[in-house]
Design a protein around this ligand. Structure first.
Ligand SMILES: O=C(O)COP(=O)(O)O
Ligand SMILES: [Mg+2]
Length: 227
């Protein structure tokens, strides 16, 4: 039986312009009020997700930076992992190669990150991967940003640890996500669902593909699995 819900944010609760689905918010509030724990899990920063958690009305169980950071409740300890210096060295190598070609590769919320480095999607990810082949760094394109992250970190690996702190197992969770950075948690959770906009990798990892895209699809999944 599913006992909890973990959800990605961009492309799963929001549309492709990052506008939050009010129906998804209402469905999350309904399940929170019914006593179902809800985890927000994103590539975004802890402070961004905290603000969103407060305003949606969840209890502060969060995974940030694609699993590099997690925390149980608003007052729990912040767990962060990964070699950010190394990710930053990888980013330097990328800009030395790509900026002379006119690509800007703007950093995203650099001052607020503990684990990864995220930047604008204006360079080819395959080329970046080739450039960093000798470094133990993952290159993750979420469809919203490119992330450089230490190997071994993922939303799924963080879910394993966070679930334990919550007195649950990953199998207790319904998971929702739209992109390659959600594959690990879609696979490890009890049931994985994706909205209709999901990437091929996320669809392949899911148990169920919703007929509607973005937050509308996720709201339908909550209505179906937590009626
Ligand atoms: O930060 C990103 O790149 C995407 O964020 P998401 O994990 O909420 O989709
Ligand atoms: Mg997403």
């Amino acid at each position: 039986m599913l006992k909890a819900f973990i959800t990605d944010i961009d492309g799963t609760l929001t549309d492709d312009r990052r506008r939050l689905s009010t129906r998804a918010v209402e469905e999350i509030r309904r399940v929170v009020d019914a006593g179902i724990p809800v985890v927000l899990a994103s590539g975004n920063t802890l402070c961004f997700i905290d603000a969103l958690s407060k305003m949606i009305g969840t209890e502060g169980d969060v995974i940030a930076e694609n699993g590099g950071v997690y925390r149980h409740g608003y007052t729990g300890d912040r767990h962060s992992a990964g070699d950010r210096e190394l990710c930053f060295a990888a980013y330097k190598r990328i800009i030395d190669t790509f900026q002379p070609k006119g690509e800007e590769l703007r950093l995203y919320s650099n001052d607020y990150r503990y684990s990864d480095v995220a930047f604008a999607r204006d360079a080819d990810v395959n080329e970046i991967q080739k450039l960093l082949a000798d470094m133990p760094v993952q290159v993750v394109d979420t469809g919203f940003a490119i992330h450089l992250q230490s190997e071994g970190l993922s939303k799924g690996a963080a879910l394993e640890k966070l679930a334990e702190l919550m007195g649950l197992t990953p199998a207790d969770f319904l998971a929702a996500g739209d992109s390659i950075n959600d594959v690990s948690m879609l696979k490890i959770s009890g049931t994985g669902v994706v909205p209709a906009n999901a990437s091929p990798e996320a669809r392949a990892a899911a148990d169920c593909v919703m007929s509607k895209p973005f937050g509308e699809g996720t709201a339908d999944a909550l209505a179906r699995y937590f009626p």
